[in-house]
Design a protein around this ligand. Structure first.
Ligand SMILES: [Fe+2]
Ligand SMILES: [Fe+2]
Length: 315
């Protein structure tokens, strides 16, 4: 059984309708499908984000609209196959900072994500809101709680000590390079200014890839997802593959929301995608004015960090 929650843009009313369930959790623009347990366990999908607009509403007239649009223009022009290869090589060295996961959570507090039309609060709030909401609905999946806590830590790339990358190279939806850009990508029109758009090596459906090659072989646009994946992997996390998959592809909305690029996935990706779709609901809808008592929940998350990560990581 699945419950569809119809979202309304005005006011916080939420209408629930019961239907027969056939598939996985699915996220659409104005309609959210959530599992029954999620609703019963108290995860209430709010109607509006912190600015009073519906979530991921890129057309809403808001102060942030122009900032978000400019970020995608720069991202879609500058994120090329060559650029991403260079960034991965540079950051794979992990020679900048040594610190614990929790220290990084605190460090991230100074960062505001320009790409996000829903969020205007310190990042640690978002991290803990996401983790706590997941913990409530999936109490036994402690790896998923920790994944919620750390999924955005890669945004430290914005800070000077991590290279001070521009917002377009850190945040926003991610997309594959080395093959044609799919029209379901947000602000697709800006890709026309990307040199790869006219490059015959990269602008066919498969480009440099083969059907079913697996996402791990696909070069994704550079940002906080891929960076945090590299940090976790190179520091030998014991998180399960689904946790790493979530970290690496949580901004790949064309895949997990629109179902594009499926021809690049292998069987393992298909399995992991189910967890990502569950996760995304919490990533998106925990961006609300829910206050978390950081001191109260810290010991629990410290114990998870100890379980899945070394005390200090190379960044
Ligand atoms: Fe993110
Ligand atoms: Fe997030």
């Amino acid at each position: 059984m699945t419950i569809i929650v119809e979202q309304h843009n005005h006011g916080a009313e939420v209408e629930e309708k019961k239907i027969d369930s056939a598939g996985d959790d699915l996220l659409l623009n104005s309609r959210v499908v959530v599992t029954k347990s999620a609703v019963n366990d108290g995860f209430v999908v709010p109607g509006n984000n912190a600015f009073g607009h519906s979530f991921r509403d890129y057309d809403a007239e808001s102060e942030r609209k122009k900032i978000v649009q400019e970020l995608y223009r720069l991202s879609h022009i500058n994120q090329t196959y060559g650029f991403v290869k260079r960034m991965r090589e540079t950051y794979k060295k992990l020679d900048r900072v040594e610190m614990s996961i929790w220290e990084c959570c605190e460090l991230l507090n100074d960062v505001v994500d320009d790409s996000d039309p829903d969020l205007d609060e310190p990042q640690i709030e978002h991290l803990l809101q996401t983790a706590e909401a997941i913990r409530k609905d999936y109490p036994n999946e402690d790896w998923l709680h920790l994944t919620g806590l750390i999924h955005d830590l890669g945004k430290v790339l914005l800070l000077p000590s991590f290279g001070g990358l521009p917002q377009w190279a850190v945040v926003g939806d991610t997309f594959p390079l080395g093959c044609a850009f799919d029209e379901s990508n947000v602000h697709y029109e800006f890709f026309k200014g990307n040199p790869d758009y006219k490059n015959p090596a990269y602008n066919t459906k498969l480009g440099v890839y083969t059907e079913g090659c697996g996402l791990e072989n696909v070069v994704m646009s550079w940002g906080h997802d891929d960076y945090m994946y590299l940090v976790a992997k190179e520091n030998k996390t014991t998180l399960p593959p689904a946790g790493l998959f979530i970290i690496r592809y949580h901004s790949f909305y064309a895949l997990h929301k629109a179902g594009a690029y499926e021809y690049l996935m292998n069987e393992e990706d298909v399995e992991n995608l189910k967890w990502l779709q569950i996760f995304n609901k919490y990533d998106l809808y925990s961006k609300s004015k829910v206050k978390i008592d950081v001191e109260k929940v810290e010991p629990y998350y410290q114990s998870l960090i100890q379980k899945y990560f070394p005390p200090k990581l190379r960044w």
